[in-house]
Design a protein around this ligand. Sequence first.
Ligand SMILES: Cc1ncc(COP(=O)(O)O)c(C=O)c1O
Length: 448
Amino acid sequence: MTVVSEPQLPPDQIARLHRRGGELLPLASLTHDGGEPPAEWVEALAALADRLGQSYPFADAQYLGQMLKPPHPVAWAGYAMAMLLNSNNHAFDGGPATAHLEREAVDQIARMLHQETHLSHLTASGTIANLEALWVARSLHPEKVVLSSAQAHYTHARISEVVGARHETVPATAHGTLDLAALEERLQQGGVGTVVATLGSTGLGMLDPVDRIADLCEEYDARLHVDAAYGGFFAILADGNAPGVARAPFDALARADSIVIDPHKHGLQPYGCGCIVFRDPAIGHLYNHDSPYTYFTSDELHPGELSLECSRSGAAAAALWATLRAVPLTRDGLGSHLASTRSAALALAAQIRLLDGWTLVLEPDLDIVCWHPTRTTASAVSVATDIAFQQLAERGWHVAKLVVSATDLGLEADQPTVTVLRSTLMKPEHAGIVDEFADVLATLTLGA
Ligand SMILES: Cc1ncc(COP(=O)(O)O)c(C=O)c1O
């Protein structure tokens, strides 16, 4: 992506970072209180505050670019509290409290995903969670192929390579979802072990028809892995009420063999918090290994006996557990955050449809909205998109860009791909800025 402006936080946020560093240092021990920190520690944090100032304003509503936002205050404080112990969720030996907190938190998440008897744990990220899912898939069907769609996250092809699984890509429809006809055709040829479906595609934020994919997987005896890293928490809104999301793909999660969900995306957590859920606890035997250094304090299976990573952050589990206690996985809890982000996306899509000179790429399934200046050719759209991106940045609005197929958008394909604008409206505050943002779009001057 072209850098159009140097990343820079507003001065008040830089000043706050400086203050926070000073305020946090005296709190950093569980064995004693406060005291005057050494000058070089204070200086190091001041230098850090200056460096962090060279960031885009991720906490602001005017940042609606990539999939990121600061964590919930309870997650932030819970993480900091638990870091005073810095426990290790590899084993009950290293994380006696936090390993139990992890179990309780992932159980709530698994139930939200309609998985009642499950084997689940936190991971460092969605990528590692997908790695575990595809490693299990490959272990169960070593000779068979993993299929994922052209709109699935790039990780599936790469992770398949890492775990030594054969991988093939199934085309996506112009609607950005896995093409069911193409999937069935490939399944008929045989040799497919696992199909990856996505709930909340990274680019367009679309929902694959997991229910229909589950039917096909059943018919052709393939495993179903659902990558819900981005969209998984929207299961709370898949209840037929408004604002809501399509119900069938989320109901079908009950039929998935494995599901990835990222608490560090829509679960209000700091980075370092992915999650893998397996439907069948019996796959646990695949993780069997010996560890002559740990596993002494309990006869219960330790978390490290059921995950690929060894050391894992106990603080991440503590932060998630505390957040779920304060913001439960209900319509009134996390659902109210998601309802705001979903409403913001619907409102922005409606505004763009009304604005002269702009074209909506697709009606959003979740809270990601993509659109572009109205032009007839792919090259003209791409040029105008770049200008719009630049002008928005100059006015303090941070969006992202996405490259998609020109023919999928019905454009004259004088080049195969086209660049469009993409925004992730994942902060509840976004609901309050849609009208203002649409007014700004109306004032951009993009040329012919
Ligand atoms: C659908 C999907 N899967 C997987 C990933 C990778 O997750 P992580 O960045 O946590 O490794 C992403 C990241 O954006 C994603 O959107």
